[in-house]
Design a protein around this ligand. Structure first.
Ligand SMILES: *[C@@H]1O[C@H](CO)[C@@H](O)[C@H](O)[C@H]1NC(C)=O
Ligand SMILES: *[C@@H]1O[C@H](CO)[C@@H](O)[C@H](O)[C@H]1NC(C)=O
Ligand SMILES: *[C@@H]1O[C@H](CO)[C@@H](O)[C@H](O)[C@H]1NC(C)=O
Ligand SMILES: *[C@@H]1O[C@H](CO)[C@@H](O)[C@H](O)[C@H]1NC(C)=O
Ligand SMILES: *[C@@H]1O[C@H](CO)[C@@H](O)[C@H](O)[C@H]1NC(C)=O
Ligand SMILES: *[C@@H]1O[C@H](CO)[C@@H](O)[C@H](O)[C@H]1NC(C)=O
Ligand SMILES: *[C@@H]1O[C@H](CO)[C@@H](O)[C@H](O)[C@H]1NC(C)=O
Ligand SMILES: [Cu+2]
Length: 547
């Protein structure tokens, strides 16, 4: 008896170390829903509901995500922040690493999840993310996490609009309409519901909680604070950091933070947390922007609440330049530095479009990954990917420094697929356009910089990022404000296509999805041989620079 129990236990342990298969079935379809009190509109949900239940895994598990597409357009699911090492084709970026899943069809994403931390799953086809197709993905450590806490809590933060994204996109791209476009100020959802109706958090004296804050917003920033408590940042975008003591965190679209908070040892009072949703480019309008949501932190049912005042100058916000990676990896020595300048211009298509170095992004006719895999020796020639994919070919294992300038008056949260980058420097860029955003003087983190996958570049500022090209694949860099992504603020890194060709094979089912839609899975961006790009739309030219 005892023997069999111990055998069973060791079997269980062996099984646990190997990780388990976690099957998640998503029927992606339209739901008619009122999420903000402004009325019913269509949104994109899963299995007939919104919010979509978060997905919880342990590092080493295999996620088996079966997606049935009940929409009337293609769909694809990206796991934001997962590196997909060796499984680039599972990255879920439609027309970059796969063809969208056709309506009525089904596809199973299957990959080992090798990183612990806080991530999210979201639609990466058209802007289905902004229509509701998003949910947190929490990956627990196997065994003891490197930071100590007693309990996990999740707060997902989302913006929501009365208008669909499709409508907001239409008015934004039309230069005859004023910018920002006329639309009702967005609403905030916390854990998928009106932020003032979110279930209270329950604290027990002396216990330490890890609050995972996930910003799944498409346009708005969120600030989180819990007055009367000190927060310690321990994770930024799936990367553990040395604990940093702060009073609040400011989270951009696409970003995640974990903060530790230790409950007071006495519990005669209750507290309230404060989530403020805003965007620096949206003018203040009382009651509409910023939106403030207050949630309860209950120590003792029925106890009075501590009255909290407003913020003062000594309030400490978490800033990523002040964070240090827990693994103590120093700033990488740079092999190649690339300069990118963000801009917004009126193009010959009659649209206001965003660009890096004057190139506004648009999708190739053949997914870039499939070109990289099928073009043989030519795969290292960037011309193969077409001009508008804005391809940048990287050599295996070289350390890239990105120097990204944002001379515009709006800020951009830029997200890189397949990597976490080190943030080594921020500063004002020239020409400096005075705006009411606080100017950050040059700040450097040359010791142990923080690593993350989404960075905010303030108006009139630059940022320097470093990463090692050690993940052969095709990875997007794009603004995580869906509207700017739609306006073309994206580019494609073609990382070590030679190594990629030797090491990765696309599952046949993925190629079949392309065939059903008449999309070629070999050849260049136009699905042709060599450099013949016949069939790609003409490259739009800049009429006037807007900035
Ligand atoms: C797809 O469905 C949406 C939501 O029901 C609807 O608004 C849209 O018109 C449909 N599009 C097509 C092409 O049928
Ligand atoms: C969430 O992301 C949005 C859009 O990028 C950003 O405006 C907002 O500040 C972020 N919120 C937080 C708390 O970071
Ligand atoms: C949420 O509740 C707070 C406190 O009652 C209130 O000031 C705030 O306006 C509410 N927020 C929204 C968006 O209704
Ligand atoms: C909530 O936070 C906002 C700023 O993010 C601040 O202006 C406001 O005073 C805070 N309100 C409370 C009740 O803490
Ligand atoms: C300012 O805010 C901090 C953090 O909330 C608080 O500890 C401090 O007492 C406040 N100072 C004043 C002068 O109100
Ligand atoms: C972008 O266009 C502007 C104006 O024509 C020009 O000054 C600038 O050099 C161009 N930038 C690049 C990277 O080509
Ligand atoms: C900056 O703030 C000043 C004073 O509040 C205001 O008059 C001005 O319009 C603001 N400028 C911008 C670019 O928002
Ligand atoms: Cu942007």
């Amino acid at each position: 008896m005892w023997l069999s129990v111990s055998v069973l236990l060791s079997l269980l342990r062996a099984f646990a170390v190997a990780g388990k298969r976690v099957a998640v079935n998503w029927d992606v379809g339209y739901v008619d829903i009122d999420r903000d009190g402004y009325g019913i509109r269509w949104a994109i949900g899963v299995n007939g509901v919104l919010p979509i239940p978060p997905v919880m895994l342990t590092v080493g598990d295999t996620l088996v995500l079966t997606v049935h597409n009940s929409l009337n357009q293609t769909t694809a699911i990206h796991a934001h922040g997962l590196f997909q090492k060796g499984t680039n084709y599972m990255d879920g970026a439609a027309m970059v690493t796969q063809c969208g899943i056709p309506p009525g069809d089904q596809f199973t994403y299957e990959y080992v999840v090798g990183q612990a931390g806080t991530f999210w799953l979201h639609g990466h086809d058209r802007h289905q993310n902004a229509e509701g197709l998003r949910t947190p993905l929490v990956v627990y450590d196997r065994g003891k996490p490197p930071v100590k806490y007693d309990e996990d809590m999740l707060l997902s933060l989302e913006d929501w609009y009365t208008e669909t994204f499709a409508e907001r996109e239409r008015v934004t791209l039309d230069p005859s309409l004023p910018f920002p476009p006329p639309h009702r100020e967005g609403f905030g959802l916390i854990n998928g519901v009106n932020g003032n109706l979110t279930k209270p958090m329950h604290f027990r004296s002396g216990r330490t909680y890890r609050l995972r804050l996930v910003n799944m917003s498409s346009t708005r920033w969120f600030q989180f604070s819990l007055p009367g408590h000190v927060l310690h940042v321990v994770e930024a975008d799936g990367q553990y950091t040395e604990p940093l003591e702060v009073d609040g965190v400011d989270i951009a679209p696409g970003q995640r933070y974990s903060v530790l908070v230790t409950a007071h040892s006495t519990s005669s009072l209750n507290y309230r947390y404060n989530v403020t949703m805003y965007a620096s480019f949206i003018p203040d309008e009382p009651g509409l922007s910023p939106r403030i949501f207050i949630g309860d932190v209950i120590y003792k049912q029925g106890a009075p609440f501590v009255q909290t005042g407003s913020y003062n100058d000594s309030f400490r916000w978490a800033r990523d330049i002040n964070l240090h990676a827990l693994d103590k990896e120093p700033a990488l020595p740079v092999d190649r530095s690339l300069e990118l300048v963000i801009g917004r211009s009126l193009y010959s298509t009659g649209q206001n479009l965003d660009h890096f170095n004057n190139i506004t992004f648009s999708y190739p006719l053949t997914p870039a990954l499939y070109s990289a895999l099928s073009m043989g020796d030519m795969a290292t020639d960037k011309r193969v990917y077409g001009p508008q994919a804005h391809p940048i070919v990287l050599k295996h294992n070289e350390v890239i420094e990105l120097v990204i300038h944002n001379p515009e008056v709006v800020l951009h949260p830029l997200h890189l697929h397949g990597h976490a980058f080190q943030i080594t420097e921020y500063g004002p860029t020239s020409p400096f356009i005075p705006s009411n955003a606080t100017a950050v003087p040059v700040v450097k983190n040359s010791g142990v910089p923080a690593k993350r996958d989404t960075v905010v570049i303030l108006p009139s500022h630059y940022v320097k990022l470093r990463f090692r090209a050690d993940n052969p694949g095709v990875w997007m860099l794009h603004c995580h404000m869906d509207i700017h992504f739609a306006m073309g603020l994206a580019l494609t890194f073609i990382e070590a296509p030679d190594v990629l060709q030797r090491t990765q094979n696309v599952p046949v089912g993925m190629l079949e999805m392309c065939a059903k839609q008449g999309i070629k899975t070999t050849g260049n961006a136009a699905g042709n041989h060599g450099l013949d790009l016949t069939g790609l739309p003409p490259v739009p030219t800049i009429v006037t620079h807007e900035d």
